[in-house]
Design a protein around this ligand. Structure first.
Ligand code: 2BA
Length: 154
């Protein structure tokens, strides 16, 4: 159980903790590995969410996963970049939480995942919460805690 003061401080900010789905770089499961590699290279993130045709979270993709997926026993087969689909090489180890989930679940999952995918009640992708956004708030909490506890005790 998280203390109410802590929860208030972590969630009480003007800017949204959630990065809206429209601002998140994603690829489709049916895209080729070549397409995914180009997206990863242009956005600069090490891994990004993979969505299915309906817009549900299918997994996550990274450059190392793509390279492993086109490797034969001894060497890389670059022709496979344009042949293999993201769905064939992606990882399904991605944290997916309901958009109304508790702060406790967010904190717990960000320990092992650098970002969490949020979905609506129909399972459709709505956005992500990143470790960076959460840690910015933890930093604020560490600096402002005394001021808040004073406020709460009055
Ligand atoms: P990474 O790509 O491994 O990025 C680790 C951290 O490096 C990011 O942490 C951020 O602080 C910084 N960083 C990397 N690339 C950046 C860029 N192009 N612009 C600004 N900062 C960059 P977080 O922001 O906590 O992100 C955690 C993870 O969430 C990222 O891990 C990435 O996998 C994913 N992510 C974050 N924002 C995303 C977005 N708009 N679209 C897709 N994936 C995103």
């Amino acid at each position: 159980m998280i203390s109410q003061i802590i929860e208030d401080i972590l969630l009480d900010h003007e800017e949204n903790l959630i990065i809206d789905g429209h601002k998140v770089a994603t690829v489709r499961a049916e895209n080729t590995c070549l397409h995914a590699l180009m997206i990863l290279n242009s956005v600069g993130y090490s891994s990004i969410p993979v969505l299915d045709r309906e817009g549900r979270v299918a997994g996550q993709i990274s450059t190392p996963l793509i390279f492993s997926g086109i490797k034969d026993e001894l060497q890389y087969n670059w022709d496979k970049l344009a042949e293999r689909r993201v769905s064939e090489v992606m990882s399904t180890n991605v944290a997916v939480l309901d958009e109304n989930c508790a702060l406790e679940d967010i904190l717990h999952n960000l320990v092992n995942h650098s970002f969490l995918c949020l979905v609506d009640s129909g399972g459709f992708f709505r956005g992500i919460i990143t470790r960076r956004e959460l840690l910015k708030r933890v930093n604020y909490l560490a600096h402002e805690f005394d001021r808040y506890t004073e406020m709460y005790s009055n």
